[in-house]
Design a protein around this ligand. Sequence first.
Ligand code: ATP
Ligand code: MG
Length: 174
Amino acid sequence: MKIKKLKLSGFKSFVEPAELRIERGLTGVVGPNGCGKSNLLEAIRWVMGENSPKSMRSGGMEDVIFAGTAQRPPRDFAEVVLQCEDSDNEELEVTRRIERGAGSAYRVNGRDVRAKDIALVFADAATGAHSPALVSQGKIAGIITAKPAERRQMLEEAAGIAGLHVRRKDAESK
Ligand code: ATP
Ligand code: MG
């Protein structure tokens, strides 16, 4: 799966509609502390169905909605759109929107879908909200200091081949 564009509105610090194009090669996001770099990674996780407020650094899921500042009133919804290309080069546009008191709603290519359907879209272990390819701030030190076997496990999960080792052992013992 190839991510092509991320659009945010009312999500965390991204109060005004914002767009991030992710083109071939390397895309870097730079900016001072607290400008919202980590919020972008969280937006990718969130639109892929993340349901743990803790991994969004939030107390509750509605906390992802722009909470307001001294100059700006809070928003009553947050929306993130992820445009990507699947392994068959099909264009996919996934939208997640949360409204205060109304929970989350998802759309794929403009059609309303259930959270369950989103889980299927991103079912591949190498993609999705829990993909080890999405490395949060603070996790890098963990990767560096991990034991070789743990590091191999992380890399296998990122490559989408986790479980092969277990299945091979299983096959050998038969
Ligand atoms: P660092 O370089 O320190 O890692 P960063 O660029 O990763 O910083 P983030 O952690 O993404 O920054 O952004 C944090 C900012 O987002 C804080 O200023 C915080 O107040 C703001 N923020 C988070 N949630 C909300 C929200 N619901 N409403 C408004 N602002 C929010
Ligand atoms: Mg950060």
